[in-house]
Design a protein around this ligand. Structure first.
Ligand SMILES: C[S@@+](CC[C@H](N)C(=O)[O-])C[C@H]1O[C@@H](n2cnc3c(N)ncnc32)[C@H](O)[C@@H]1O
Length: 234
């Protein structure tokens, strides 16, 4: 069973050196969350990602199974007078949010800690909107002085395979600093669904809902529009 990062070590999560190898703003630049979106930071810890994310989006749900972590985050929220973060205590295999309520589900250095990855991914699918994105940052599986024991880590390919088996398709893969990788997933089959969706309904009826569409989906829609222009001249 993978071990949990204990709240007694919470100081490590906020150590000033951390930014040198895991910079939340550089990672959020790659994720490009829209201003109007709702983001959930699952396994938020002391809010190392929650707080920078809250400055970019409409609302952040900061979720963790350790109350001690949320207490530390609560102090920061108060001190910095942040108004768009809701801290939520969760249980191991569930995410206490309504269905279709989140546009980006962020998991930083927590995927390898989950006891039941299948259940968490099922919950992830449930709470994510149709175009929602699952963003996983985790430790590279190699020996290094920092982070969890190498035998508890997963390679990016292992994470991709687990997510694929649970209804997600990988859209982007890159390094997230020296020691971590970044994976961005969408719900499997969404591209096909959008292609089947009439362009007019998409553009006029659903525009707001899809304000955070990623490049892949945006391209799909543009292609549809071009095709329609060619066919109808409008
Ligand atoms: C290594 S810390 C990372 C914290 C934060 N994401 C960061 O990068 O600073 C992992 C956090 O995930 C939480 N966690 C572990 N399993 C979880 C689960 N099943 N659901 C929610 N949180 C979980 C732990 O309590 C811990 O706070």
């Amino acid at each position: 069973m993978p071990h949990k990062f204990d709240v007694t070590n919470a100081g490590i999560l906020d150590s000033p050196e951390r930014i040198q190898f895991l910079n939340p703003d550089s990672i959020l630049d790659k994720v490009r969350p829209g201003r109007e979106i709702v983001l959930a930071d699952l396994g938020c810890g002391t809010g190392y990602f929650t707080i920078p994310a809250s400055r970019r989006v409409k609302k952040v749900f900061a979720i963790d199974i350790q109350k001690g972590m949320l207490d530390i985050l609560g102090e920061k929220i108060k001190k910095q007078k942040l108004t768009n973060i809701e801290a939520i205590l969760s249980e191991e295999a569930s995410i206490p949010l309504p269905g279709n309520s989140v546009d980006v589900l962020l998991m930083v250095n927590v995927f390898h800690e989950f006891e039941d990855r299948g259940s968490i991914l099922k919950e992830g699918k449930r709470i994510l909107s149709v175009n929602g994105r699952l963003v996983i940052v985790d430790w590279k599986k190699m020996e290094m002085e920092l982070g969890p024991p190498v035998e508890e880590r997963l390679t990016a390919e292992e994470v991709i395979s687990i997510c694929k088996n649970n209804g997600f398709e990988v859209r982007e893969q890159s390094d997230a600093g020296l020691y971590n990788y970044l994976l961005i997933f969408g719900k499997a089959g969404i591209k096909k669904k959008l292609e089947e969706m009439p362009a007019d309904r998409y553009f006029h009826g659903k525009r707001k809902q899809y304000s955070d569409i990623d490049d892949l989906i945006r391209k799909t829609v543009e292609d549809r529009r071009k095709r329609r222009m060619q066919q109808t001249g409008r």
